[in-house]
Design a protein around this ligand. Sequence first.
Ligand SMILES: Cc1cc2nc3c(=O)[nH]c(=O)nc-3n(C[C@H](O)[C@H](O)[C@H](O)COP(=O)(O)O)c2cc1C
Length: 307
Amino acid sequence: MEFRGKLILAPLAGVTDATFRRLCRENGADIVVTEMVSAKGLLCDPARTGRYLAYDEAERPVGAQLFGSDPGEIAKAAEEIARRGFDFVDINMGCPVRKVTGGGSGAAILANPRLAGEIARAAVGAAGIPVTAKIRSGFGAERETYLDVSGEIFEAGAAAVTLHPRHRGQMFSGSADWSHIAALKKAFPGRVIIGNGDIRTPGDAARMLAETGCDSVMLGRAAMGNPWIFAAVKTGTGPATTPDARRALILRHGEEMFLRHGPPGMREMRKHLAWYSRGIPGSAAFRSELPEVSDPASFRAVVERFF
Ligand SMILES: Cc1cc2nc3c(=O)[nH]c(=O)nc-3n(C[C@H](O)[C@H](O)[C@H](O)COP(=O)(O)O)c2cc1C
């Protein structure tokens, strides 16, 4: 699988489900990946965890992201990901949330580069599909381990490393330090480095590529309510959509969520509608109407009124 020269949709828990990923693929994203799923959960309760692993053929190439800290569990879970037909498996080594780091997973792995390597090696040995890892700069500001961690991961046979250059303690505050992406590319010039963090506009994507020399860029928050951003990055232009196209996509998003999930899918759409409305005059008043959205009729009425 080629990871160079790609525009990648970041894994976003609660956002990047199969429907949203496909809308992003159709609008210019080259590669998509599921939100993180627990390796342990997948092994112990595959029916429940498996709900997060639904995907459509039209999404390909599509990866699944795993979190965990036990190389044996990661190996078995990576094998299961391959069995389900995913094109690659990504290992989460960056999630800063205590529920994840408390169990030694996510960003906690950054404190132990050797463990990062063992986890990657276990996945590579078992999966039979490409393995990638998504990391932060380090667990804390005092110890930025991304170079050592990436060295171990590449040594283990991983196909690419994505760096979101904040350390764990920053959560999402401050700004991403792109100089870390440049340093990582400089340290591993022959390896695939994917840059991530704070790309908000098409210009930001071009600037990250130029300033850091990274091979591909991944963006997350900028795609929330704006799946067109990928096309805009590719053409280097401003808004890549018209009001009619926007309304049509939003209606389709809702219809597919209803087909897939029934009424709970409509409630899920409330947050997407809030994101879609960002920057449009009257959006604050529009957001106050969102609790009304509970079935296809109320969804359509609200969308047609505002968009
Ligand atoms: C709501 C939300 C959910 C996220 N979920 C995940 C996740 O499941 N796995 C992961 O590796 N990163 C996750 N992230 C981090 C993003 O993938 C990305 O690294 C981060 O948002 C920085 O990129 P951006 O500035 O383009 O958003 C999440 C971020 C947000 C805001």
